[in-house]
Design a protein. Sequence first.
Length: 578
Amino acid sequence: MALSPNATVSGPPLSGLARRFVANQLLTEDQARESQAKALRNTRPIVAQLVEDKLISAARLAEFASNEFGTPLLDLSSIEPDLNTIRELGEKLIRAQHALPLYKRGRKLYLALSDPTNLQALDEFKFASGFATEAVLVEEDKLAKAIETAAGAIQSSSIGTGDADLENLSIEGGEEGAPEEKNAGSDEEDAPIIRYVNKVLIDAINRGCSDIHFEPYEKKYRIRYRMDGELKEIASPPVQLGGRLAARLKVMSRLDLAERRVPQDGRIKLKLSATKSIDFRVSTCPTLWGEKVVMRILDSSSAMLGIDALGYEPVQKDHYMKALSKPQGMILVTGPTGSGKTVSLYTGINILNTEDCNISTAEDPAEINLPGINQVNVNPKVGLTFAAALKAFLRQDPDVIMVGEIRDLETAEIAIKAAQTGHLVLSTLHTNDAPQTLTRLLNMGVPAYNVASCVTLIIAQRLARKLCKVCKQPDAAIPRDELLKEGFTAEDIDSPGFAIFKAVGCDQCNSGYKGRTGIYQVMPVTDAIARIIMENGNAIEIADQARREGVSDLRRSALKKVRDGQIDLTEANRVTTD
């Protein structure tokens, strides 16, 4: 169960671009070697690694490389790449070479690169297209965004938005292993409903939504998407179609069509291609004017993002990784529903998911299938509670156990026992912050000694919408006194380059926001905190001690992301103001 060390690789020689950075004193040799080693481990270009690690800005990197290598520099946001050429060459080649075809002129293909030494890309595209290739240098962040946009366009076109494609999507519903349907009930009368529902689902996937709401009212039917945590109405079909839309969704998820009086739960697997499928968790609920249907989009790629993509600060990531590397103990993640707790747990589980590690999880329900991990859906109706699943796990020679939620004393006691007897236990609670999690366990009836000796780390978290990198602008209208009231220190405000940004909005984002990032309070249970627990200290005393030990609370973590230009002050207040 030991984690692979992240030691700096010092053997392989530096790449051409990295050597130039060192020679021009833009990087130290140690920084260059460490970034090159990380890039190799993550199978990505060193340019992308340098930008992500914020060692060099994308703009400065591109300007330096252009001057150093004599490659023309282009603002990628000012040009529209040729989508037909991109489709011809394919997503796989574009992603593998981290390069984007821009346009053809005569017998020459112009290729956007962020690394002018990437000669392999020029050769690969020359071979694939049959055209001579010429490099055009662009900024790394803009290139990465353009590649994702192009990939989405390719996937969308391969999924198909034509009537025939939308009518013939492959669907599996109900329990795992249920037979595949080719749009059951797709007679001539139902075909328009089938096409419409499939189009709504595909559009939600392409937009990166997390949930779809189908809502009937007396004089209106509304369909809303949850994008970046916010609900937004996207369609209002005729109200008389509400029953047929609900029926179609129930057919897809193998629910009882005749039962409209009680809630039902189901699942759908939508096959987009031979290698790509998306799961949906479906919930129906009878309302005054018909059945409301909510679909949660379960994209397994969100569980495979890696810890670096979640928004942890370096010291917070280090605490989490150290806790995961321990052979026993308990890691607790806390926060409200929709704060990203499941993704944090899945990320930790994936880090531990090796051939020599036996991992079992009890979830309600298991949202994403994780190969190599034994996942159990709890079912209180038949007696399969979290506590019952935990008891069974302890007889199954486990190394790591994940419990979806500690809801009662019985579950807490069994989880504590597992952590005491050589197992690593991960779970969640619903509390406002990390210190309150410890007192919550004590209030449930867990003895103070068990809490102090078993809990090794607590992560409190929220999800905040990230500002769009394309259109965000500095916000100079906030007075200094107001900034101080918000929690910024005079040292923060007077530091060089201090700036707060605001959302603006453009055609590439959702009202000024695009994507989300985590806001974290990561609190190791140190000897001093354990002593406070043993002395029946309260959450305030624990919080004071954590602050003395350098643990940032959720508010300070949010303000740091405001200073870094990742989120705005409005969003920080939304997710961290009690």
